[in-house]
Design a protein. Structure first.
Length: 125
């Protein structure tokens, strides 16, 4: 079974999905990512889906689940690189991905995570 690599950059985990996401790969990613958040104490997760041509309802729900689990583990999740056709498909499927933050590219995604961390630090003071 294919596994999607998870890279650590400082306190952020970077996932670049470059393979077709079938159900087993998506489930393995969710489990692997959860374990890595706990093991590393990561404060952010950035998922790059720019290589994905299609996102179906299962993958949409998986992204939503990853964001929810990450929040519980005190890590912010941002999905970057969504193609316009993918965004349109998600809307047509009725998937709002309400728990998922999005950004156009990696730089903006990293900035979004940094802002969320800053807001969280300011709120706890």
């Amino acid at each position: 079974m294919d596994r999607i690599p998870i890279l650590r950059v400082g306190d952020i985990l970077l996932v670049t999905i470059q393979v077709d996401m079938h159900d087993q790969v998506a489930t393995a990613l969710e489990e692997d990512l959860t374990s890595r958040i706990v093991a590393t104490g990561a404060q952010g997760v950035l998922i790059d889906i720019s290589a994905l041509e299609i996102v179906d309802s299962f993958i949409g729900r998986m992204l939503d689940n990853i964001a929810a689990v990450s929040r519980v583990l005190d890590a912010d999740t941002v999905v970057v690189g969504m193609r316009p056709a993918v965004a349109i498909t998600l809307v047509e499927l009725g998937l709002s991905l309400s728990g998922v933050k999005t950004a156009l590219d990696v730089d903006r995604g990293l900035a979004l995570i940094a802002r969320a961390r800053q807001d969280s630090d300011d709120a706890s003071d």
